[in-house]
Design a protein around this ligand. Sequence first.
Ligand SMILES: [Mg+2]
Length: 226
Amino acid sequence: MPIDLIIFDCDGVLVDSEIISCRMHAKVLTGIGYPITADQVFDRFLGRSSAESNREVEAELGRKLPDDFDARLKRAVIDELALSVESVPHVAAALDDIRQNICVASSGIHEKIRTCLTRAKLYDRFTPHIFSASQVKRGKPEPDLFLFAAAQMKTLPNRCIVVEDSIPGITGATAAGMTVLGFRGGAHYLEKPARAPTPEALQDAGAVRVFDDMRQLPAIIEEISK
Ligand SMILES: [Mg+2]
């Protein structure tokens, strides 16, 4: 199958943002009177929408979160990412060896994606081909964001490979009719192995291959696109 486009998830694939986001989410929640650890946020809220997470917290608190809660959380996360997020190891070298077009499809808002990619020195490689769930009606695990990205890149879905680290992402990309690779090399997989999805879980969601080192990516793409 000829492959023309590689679509990258951002968080956990290009940058190690997950652990930082969970730490700041825990800090802001604790600050408003809902004590919680970063590990608990990781288990309960990672990959879920903020509306869903907030509803669950409000139900337990028995009161509404402050009106500016989402804005406060967003600010805290983005400010911390701007200071400390790192590229996933060997991403830049892998991109050097990929001959297909590349783009980003992320659940995050554009400001967060830009902040992460800029600090990781990857922004110039992807801009302007950066797509956010904010541009479609339904985010992951629905296929909309992936189909939107492929259409913007003028590429048919069956000519796309998607690199994803999360079950909702793999589910959405599979539903879009794309070939999906499951990546388990982000810091949240390495530092929290018991909490992260298993290779089998990624395969069950639709990943045709699971890998854990970005240095493997160019060869996997070559093999699939033969
Ligand atoms: Mg991800």
